[in-house]
Ligand binder design. Structure first.
Ligand code: FDA
Length: 402
């Protein structure tokens, strides 16, 4: 019998991707040890989806992922699909529901997903070593040697599943990038993704007192990576958040403006002109308050002296002025000062360069036996269950190759 410190595979990182890789390899008869410095496995799973884990998205198309190589994710997503993961969830009797836009959540608790993964790992005889810091990692002729808090370990295959940089207080580290660089792999510069925007003091003055106001909007960025998302936008005391903002943040580059259509379903110019005919004595802010949150409309119309447009009775406003007002609100623009950073970012955009990995196996092309999976890799999903699906798919394909 082999000593426990010399398994077939060592996986570093007991998050979604590491656990799923270990399960897949374990089911194929590999002896797998998963090492993590955190005291508990899958901590991000537990806090995900507001505690209900948006564990996949039925529409996990490759186009919903950002990567320097947009084709890289295709193979893994085709081979292990949202339906495959849902079958597993159902085999474990976990109740789920589709919330919106193909997003699947647990009915009860994210812990159901973690419990399922741990049961699968136990079934696949995967050994978990938690609270176990990893020190030096060396390559030898026949594999990898790790110095860990629980002694030296070696294995012919090493899987790095240590995730990205988001939420450092939960144990996120740059371990994957450091290791990749050391063995000659490139890194696509990481940056926070799915993250709220912050405002300059001047722009904060424009939205002061509006914290908590939410509206349905189309938010877009232009430039090399143009993108537009229609979902809720939320004004915060630091700037902007809400799903549409988080989505766009993954595409945003510092210094770029974002543009917001505040009335996506409405031809606002026509609406204002019709209102002028029907209610000539009504103030502009009253009419705007019918189609936007009232507090927001009042602020837009000069309340507090920081407004965007002047409120007057509609009869005093020429049609051209109404068209101009509509144009400004259909293309409300702001240049964010920045983002809230890794402290609150749900993901890290960028990571281990996919050009250096096999899309079939996730193995480093130049370092046989070394694999990278999950968020550590330069594949980042939209908000809505896409990132967990990438963790499952990349972990599963790696598991078939180990
Ligand atoms: P993950 O970060 O999960 O795991 C990495 C593991 O490696 C951790 O256990 C860590 O402790 C360990 N580790 C790191 N450095 C180490 C080192 N040096 N030594 C040893 N161990 C180390 N996605 C989605 O699809 N649906 C959702 O509902 C949500 N919700 C959500 C909410 C919040 C608040 C956040 C922050 C993120 C999400 N996400 C999400 C994103 C999702 O959680 C994320 O993409 C996956 O957890 C990535 O899985 P990984 O296993 O790749 O990394």
């Amino acid at each position: 019998m082999t000593a426990p410190n010399t398994p077939d595979v060592i996986v570093i990182g007991a998050g979604a991707a590491g656990l799923f890789t270990a399960i897949a390899a374990g089911k194929r008869g590999r002896r797998v040890v998963v090492v993590d410095h955190a005291p508990e496995a899958g901590r991000k799973i537990l806090i995900s989806g507001g505690g209900r884990c948006n564990f996949t998205n039925v529409d996990a198309q490759p186009q919903r992922y950002l990567s320097s190589n947009p084709h890289f994710c295709i193979s893994a997503l085709r081979r292990y699909t949202p339906r495959d993961f849902l079958d597993l969830v159902e085999r474990h009797g976990i109740a789920w529901h589709e919330k919106k836009l193909g997003q699947l959540f647990c009915d009860s608790s994210a812990r159901d997903i973690l419990t399922m993964l741990l049961a699968e790992a136990a079934d696949a005889r995967v050994e978990l070593r938690l609270g176990c810091a990893v020190g030096e990692v060396e390559r030898t002729g026949d594999g990898f040697v790790l110095e860990t808090a629980q002694g030296q370990m070696c294995a012919p295959k090493l899987v790095v599943a240590t995730g990205g940089l988001s939420i450092p207080k939960m144990g996120a580290t740059d371990f994957a990038y450091r290791l990749a660089k050391r063995w000659g792999l490139s890194i696509v510069t990481p940056r926070p993704g799915l993250v709220p925007f912050t405002f300059t003091p001047q722009d904060l003055a424009r939205t002061q007192g509006l914290s908590g106001v939410a509206l349905d909007a189309v938010v877009s960025t232009s430039g090399a990576k143009a993108a537009a998302f229609r979902e809720a936008l939320l004004i915060t005391h630091r700037g902007l958040s809400g799903p549409s903002i988080l989505q766009v943040s993954s595409y945003w580059q510092p210094g770029q403006p974002i543009t917001v259509d505040l009335t996506p379903d409405l031809d606002l110019a026509e609406h204002l002109k019709a209102a002028k005919r029907a209610r000539p004595n009504a103030e502009l802010k009253t009419i705007l308050g019918d189609v936007l949150p009232r507090r927001f409309a009042e602020r837009l119309c000069g309340d507090g002296g920081t407004g965007e447009v002047e409120s007057r009775p509609l009869r005093d406003l020429a049609d051209k002025a109404l068209v101009d007002v509509a144009a400004r609100l259909k293309r409300w623009s702001v240049v964010p000062a920045g983002t809230e950073g890794y402290r609150t970012a749900e993901v890290t955009v960028g990571g281990v360069d996919t050009n250096d990995l096999s899309s079939k196996t996730m193995e480093a092309k130049a370092v046989p036996g070394l694999y990278f999976v999950g968020e550590a890799v330069d594949v980042t999903g939209w908000l809505g269950g896409y990132n967990f699906q990438w963790a499952w798919s990349s972990g599963w394909v790696a598991g078939q190759a180990l």
